[in-house]
Design a protein around this ligand. Structure first.
Ligand SMILES: Cc1cc2nc3c(=O)[nH]c(=O)nc-3n(C[C@H](O)[C@H](O)[C@H](O)COP(=O)(O)OP(=O)(O)OC[C@H]3O[C@@H](n4cnc5c(N)ncnc54)[C@H](O)[C@@H]3O)c2cc1C
Ligand SMILES: NC(=O)c1ccc[n+]([C@@H]2O[C@H](COP(=O)([O-])OP(=O)(O)OC[C@H]3O[C@@H](n4cnc5c(N)ncnc54)[C@H](O)[C@@H]3O)[C@@H](O)[C@H]2O)c1
Length: 474
């Protein structure tokens, strides 16, 4: 058909993950089309990572100054909320994606605005700015359509206006009070951000402590940090019903109490954005996460042409891990186009996303920050590793200099059979940049006896490495 546009690679969704899949394919000499239905840059740039971190950063900087004698005395005021919101707005480029479009074009990627749907093997239809466009992929289609908030089945939720993470990251005023449901990553980060900006925040979590998928000490210290900021933390309880009341929202909890807020922020997880991308035309079920193999190929379709990465898949919902998987996919498509067989590529080859299994790092940007990579002790044990767990309070010369009364914790999980690390967690203020040392140790499977020779500089927070290894017995 003459009006079908042909490219080597067609990518659906121009979030951080889709951008990487397209750019990596082009860098390998292929042509690529990147299709986006909303904003180039995706959720991360406008309603997730960037604005949430911008909302948190000023409060953390102020808290850091207050933790150090000498600078503490110089801090006489509170956060300037409107300046924080203005700074946040600049980090989202005022929700204008033109710079992101230019970036893609400068990288040699063709762009198309519209909603894309698979219509069969290597075929995509796009409805958008240019009307109805039919596209065909010579080599591969890559689905990077991200995720959407999960709406919990709470009585009355349909009848009240709610905030999701979009409203929670882009609001242009500080709500007088905010009720947050869900004490996972979004819930804890945004509860603290808005509390530090002056809102009276109530956070409801069904688990015993916030951040239930992290090491228990992390949840305990974050709970302490949130309470110190005035957050009313309601744990081990569920919201059973909500109703509107004078422009605010009232919620009934399963422990029999009631809470209210001017706004209700629902932060109970995200599900893959695969409802309307034509999965049924290739024999897959709409709405399900795309199951991918280690090369990023979608399972359940003929091998070799359909790939997926990022939040739309069964892989970690993190920008950096999605981008990593997308780079692997780009390399796989390029190699296959050149006739290379990548199927037998071993773990840790450039054609396998092995880190998504063994070495996923994440910083939860609360104060204290939770910085973790790899497996928790509980997961390592569940998966059959013979483990040794080393726990320490975070007290070293470097951290004492960083903040008076520095409070934090460290845990390392050792695979005793190989004497390598399979998980590390650091909890404490301003520790985010320390995490990459642990990520290198876990991804590199560095033997502990060799790690011993990586001597931390004195006096830095990195000295915790020495203490952990000593405690292990080295
Ligand atoms: C509040 C919040 C804070 C977060 N903070 C962090 C953080 O600090 N660090 C971190 O690593 N992760 C963070 N995350 C997670 C991170 O945002 C996601 O993991 C990341 O955005 C996933 O990237 P993606 O490209 O897969 O999806 P997205 O960023 O969601 O992009 C998908 C894109 O696809 C488009 N699209 C969807 N369907 C179609 C279609 N049919 N046709 C064309 N286009 C389509 C969408 O419009 C969207 O632009 C946060 C998430 C939230 C909600
Ligand atoms: N800094 C970061 O890396 C960062 C920041 C924000 C989000 N993210 C990612 O985005 C994704 C989505 O984050 P999220 O916080 O929405 O999901 P999440 O899965 O981290 O947390 C959701 C929480 O809501 C709870 N929950 C579910 N239903 C509930 C209900 N009915 N009532 C009360 N609680 C309920 C769950 O127990 C869970 O603790 C995550 O994968 C997260 O890793 C990452």
């Amino acid at each position: 058909m003459s009006d079908v546009r042909e490219y080597d690679v067609v990518v659906l969704g121009a979030g951080p993950v889709g951008e990487n899949a397209a750019a990596r394919s082009v860098a390998g000499g292929l042509s690529a089309l990147l299709i986006e239905s909303e904003r180039f840059g995706g959720e991360c740039s406008y309603w997730a990572c960037m604005p949430s971190k911008a909302l948190l950063r000023s409060g953390h900087a102020l808290a850091a100054a207050r933790r150090v004698g000498g600078s503490r005395e110089a801090v006489t005021g509170d956060l300037d909320a409107s300046a924080v919101l203005r700074r946040r707005n600049s980090f989202t480029s005022e929700w204008d994606d033109s710079a992101q479009v230019s970036w893609a074009q400068n990288a040699g990627v063709e762009v198309l605005r519209g909603h894309g749907r698979l219509t069969g093997h290597r075929q995509v239809d796009v409805d958008g700015a240019e009307g109805h466009v039919r596209v065909s992929a010579r080599r591969a289609v890559v689905i990077c359509t991200g995720s959407v908030p999960r709406v919990p089945p709470i009585d009355g939720l349909d009848g009240v206006e709610t905030w999701g993470s979009r409203e929670g990251t882009s609001a242009q005023h500080v709500p007088r009070s905010l009720l947050v449901v869900g004490a996972g990553v979004v819930g804890t980060e945004l509860a603290q951000a808005w509390a530090r900006l002056g809102s009276a925040v109530t956070l409801v979590g069904r688990s015993e402590r916030p951040l239930p998928s992290t090491e228990p000490v992390a949840g305990d210290l974050v709970a302490e940090g949130l309470r110190a900021d005035g957050v009313d933390l309601r744990l081990s309880t569920d919201v059973t019903a909500v109703s509107g009341e004078d422009g605010a929202v009232r919620a009934r909890l399963s422990d029999g109490t009631e809470v209210r807020g001017d706004h209700l922020l629902v932060a109970t997880g995200r599900r893959p954005g695969t409802d309307d991308v034509g999965l049924e035309t290739v024999g897959l079920s709409p709405g399900d996460p795309l199951q991918v193999d280690e090369h990023g190929q979608v399972r359940g379709v003929d091998a070799g042409w359909l790939y997926a990465a990022g939040d739309s898949t069964d892989q970690p919902q993190l920008t950096h891990q999605g981008k990593y998987a997308a780079r692997v996919i780009g390399d796989v498509i390029v190699a296959r186009s050149a006739g290379r067989n990548i199927v037998d590529s071993p773990e840790w080859s450039r054609f396998t996303a092995t880190a998504n299994e063994h070495a996923v790092p994440q910083v939860v940007f609360t104060d204290p920050a939770v910085c973790a990579v790899g497996r928790t002790a509980e997961r390592a044990e569940r998966e059959g590793y013979r483990t040794a767990v080393v726990d320490l309070d975070f007290g070293v010369a470097g951290s004492a200099l960083q903040a008076d009364d520095f409070r934090g914790a460290a845990r390392m999980v050792v695979d005793e059979d190989r004497e390598v690390l399979v998980g590390v967690t650091f909890v404490g203020p301003d520790l985010a940049e320390l995490l990459h040392s642990a990520t290198i140790a876990v991804a590199g499977e560095v033997p502990l006896r060799r790690l011993w020779h990586a001597v931390p500089s004195f006096p830095t927070a990195s000295e915790i490495w020495l203490r952990l290894l000593e405690e292990y017995g080295l």
